[in-house]
Ligand binder design. Structure first.
Ligand code: TRP
Length: 450
């Protein structure tokens, strides 16, 4: 009889729920992070400015949104963790095991994402206090900071703050935190955008950002854009799937998907309108890579009036964006261990954070004090990033698309889409997304090169 497993399911369903706006803010909080504020601007700089931005929008809409909707629907249908939801909506055990890939990916990502989040907190504090601008050698300052113990201390602060939010639960913790900080973040972004757009020579930065250089586009930029669309929407790591499990049945997942995608683009767009005008105004090359935010931007802030204030605001904004993402990352393994081993939320949160902290130490040190912590020329940190972002993330995405596109009978009902939209969604999930995601995987894992 069919009724037996479904009875079992309902007894192990989670009972926590988001309010409808709370869910949108929490999901935007997960999506908007260092990816939008730190990575997006420098890859846009590298791969052709506006041409890359347009490509990114296309990838986000055509591939990212269908996968996002699939994750949300599987989560809400199953009301379990990023692993069990696949089984609870009717998949075989093997899907649950495959879903564990995302739980592991989320765990690994927290261990190194929280390190970079810690840098932003350190920079916010030292910018506000004026220390950052007391010494104009920003490269030296960054290297000094990295070679000491401070990155570990700041990582610990990030993990503790994340834990304090997640331990309070879905509605009193995660939802409340995001409902305050995500609108707050938008206000800070707009203030900084106005500041940077009114700098002398800002126009050159705007036109770099908004005038397409099509000659830089190619297969490589397509794969980078696609990979980033995935990362930016927090896909492939069970984060959206886990949040989906807390969404009310009455909420429209289609509308939520559009709102989350739109929010993610908006925050990235404004970040671009802060970073490019600022760097161009001070004659800094925007394609400087990862150091752009921690070395080039402090130089720009130090040269502007009230630089300590604006610089401090900028780094605080990065820290907020990062924290709303670490919160959603942590919820993935927390939901999993609460369900699997019947741990209490408190126990799950602190045990997982402790393990993330331990795993984070070699990552943090490998970029500074212990630069010998590398394998085959790649630092421990870069290995973690590579394994999680380049291997596990596309794999996790592939599992979601194949499951929802080919195996899941209840996809139409749970998605709530009308017949026409459902057909389009299914087409993207079946034929377009898996092939492109497979290419991203082959590219990021180094199997194919351009
Ligand atoms: N989307 C986040 C950003 O843009 C990073 C991220 C990737 C993420 N995957 C995630 C955050 C999963 C939370 C959960 O920075």
């Amino acid at each position: 009889m069919k009724s037996h497993p479904s009875n079992q399911n309902s007894s192990s369903d989670n009972k926590e729920r988001f309010s409808s706006s709370g869910f949108i803010f929490a999901a935007i909080g997960s999506a908007v992070g260092l990816g939008n504020m730190w990575k997006f601007p420098y890859i846009t700089g590298q791969y052709g400015g506006a041409a890359f931005f347009i490509l990114f929008v296309v990838c986000l809409v055509a591939i990212g949104l269908p996968v996002l909707l699939a994750e949300l629907a599987i989560g809400r249908g199953g009301r379990g963790s990023a692993s069990s939801s696949f089984v609870k909506v009717g998949g075989q055990q093997i899907w649950g095991r495959l879903g564990m890939i995302s739980v592991i990916a989320a765990f690994l990502i927290i261990s190194f994402y929280s390190i970079v989040a810690g840098w932003t907190l350190n920079y916010a504090v030292s910018a506000f206090s004026g220390n950052l601008f007391a010494n104009p050698d920003f490269t030296g300052q960054f290297n000094d900071f990295m070679s000491g113990r401070k990155p570990i201390v700041w990582q610990l602060v990030v993990l503790l703050l994340t834990g304090l939010v997640v331990v309070k639960g879905v509605s009193a913790g995660i939802e409340k935190f995001n409902k305050i900080l995500i609108p707050g973040l938008l206000i800070l972004l707009v203030v900084l955008m106005i500041r940077s757009l009114t700098l002398p020579g800002a126009g050159a930065g705007v036109s770099f950002f908004l005038n397409p250089d099509w000659s830089k586009l190619g297969a490589e930029s397509l794969l980078v854009a696609l990979g980033h669309a995935f990362f930016s929407l927090s896909l492939g790591m069970g984060a959206m799937l886990t949040y989906g499990a807390y969404v009310e049945k009455s909420q429209s997942l289609g509308m939520a998907t559009l709102a989350i995608g739109g929010g993610d683009l908006l925050y990235a767009f404004i970040a671009g309108l802060i970073i490019f005008p600022t760097t161009f105004s001070f004659g800094i090359n925007p394609a400087e890579g990862p150091g752009l935010v921690f070395i080039a931007l402090p130089a720009a802030f130090s040269a502007m009036p009230f630089g300590a204030l604006f610089g401090g605001l900028f780094f605080m904004l990065l820290a907020i964006a990062a924290l709303t993402s670490t919160v959603s990352l942590l919820e993935v393994p927390v939901a999993y261990t609460m369900e699997r081993w019947k741990w209490t939320r408190t126990k799950s949160v602190w045990i997982i954070l402790f393990l993330c902290f331990l795993l984070g130490i070699p990552s943090a040190l490998s970029l500074g004090a212990a630069s010998n912590l590398n394998l085959g020329g790649k630092a421990f940190f870069d290995w973690m990033d590579f394994i999680a972002s380049n291997l596990l993330l596309p794999l996790g995405g592939l599992i979601v698309t194949v499951f929802a596109g080919y195996y899941w009978k209840g996809a139409a009902a749970e998605s709530g889409l009308t017949a026409w939209w459902f057909r389009l969604w299914l087409f993207m999930l079946r034929y377009v997304a898996p092939i492109l995601v497979l290419f991203v995987f082959l590219h990021t894992s180094g199997v194919i090169k351009f």
